[in-house]
Design a binder for this molecule. Structure first.
Ligand code: PEP
Length: 254
């Protein structure tokens, strides 16, 4: 089963709308027409509208960083899946560790969001990963197994081609510490094993599992060479075209 690499940039709370457009234009000028690697940028909500116009007629896809599970209603400050679809958003990051840490999101809450995303034809990028304490206590595989099982409970197999998972060890996010290639492969293989138990081998083989956590041009090639690493979710290094494109180029030659 060949899985196309996906390189997705999580811009977090960075870039005004005009800065977002400038960065997308720079990314497009290097990799806007290539199709060997799928490329996605995830600006903040306030930049999505202008970013949507900027990615139009290019191969760069648009993602959001979160959404509410409800279809509509009295949820002050929230954004629905339908609103994202209306802006031609393709992917939505769900369950990022910063959402879990600062906004109290649990596997159950994220599960509801994943169902809402799928129901509205958005592709969830479901983030999982362990803390440093959990790794040092030897609990990494248990933690990610539970996150996969609970976050993907009742996920419809017929939508499996829309599912992306991002393994992001929390101790590696924004810290400059990266999992070694072997550490990443071990966890990715375990995630695929759980996916096979839940959805069968063929489905599990088709699901892309991204690595996230201080990925940069210098370490991307080694990580992307791993059998079960199908791309990257990039934070800091997605904020400049030079670094982000460097990672896309590493994926092109992996
Ligand atoms: C992220 O937050 O998804 C991430 C991977 O960040 P960074 O690349 O900065 O570690």
């Amino acid at each position: 089963m060949s899985r196309k690499f996906l390189i997705a940039g999580n811009w977090k709370m960075n870039k005004t709308a005009s800065e977002a457009v400038d960065l997308i234009e720079e990314i497009k000028s290097s990799v806007g027409d290539q199709t060997s690697v799928q490329v996605c940028v995830c600006p903040p909500f306030t930049s999505l509208s202008q970013s949507s116009e900027s990615v139009e007629k290019s191969e760069v896809l648009l993602g959001a960083q979160d959404m509410n599970a409800a279809q509509s209603g009295a949820y002050t400050g929230e954004i629905s899946a339908e609103m994202l679809r209306d802006l031609y958003v393709s992917f939505v990051i769900l369950g990022h560790s910063e959402r879990r840490q600062f906004f109290g999101e649990t596997n159950q809450i994220v599960n509801q969001k994943i169902h809402a995303a799928i129901g509205n034809n958005l592709k969830p990028i479901y983030c999982i990963g362990e803390t440093l304490d959990e790794r040092e206590a030897g609990k990494t595989l248990d933690i990610v197994r539970t996150q996969v099982r609970e976050g993907l409970e009742n996920f419809p197999t017929h939508s499996i081609e829309n599912l992306v998972i991002a393994y992001e060890p929390i101790w590696a996010i924004g810290t400059g510490k990266t999992a070694t290639d072997e550490m990443a492969q071990e966890v990715h293989a375990e995630i695929r094993k759980v996916l096979a138990e839940m959805f069968g081998d063929t489905s599990a083989d088709s699901i892309r599992i991204l690595y996230g956590g201080s990925m940069k041009p210098e370490n991307a090639a080694g990580l992307l060479a791993q059998k079960d690493v199908d791309g990257g979710l990039i934070g800091g290094a997605s904020l400049t075209a030079r670094a982000f494109v460097g990672i896309i180029e590493a994926a092109q030659s992996a």
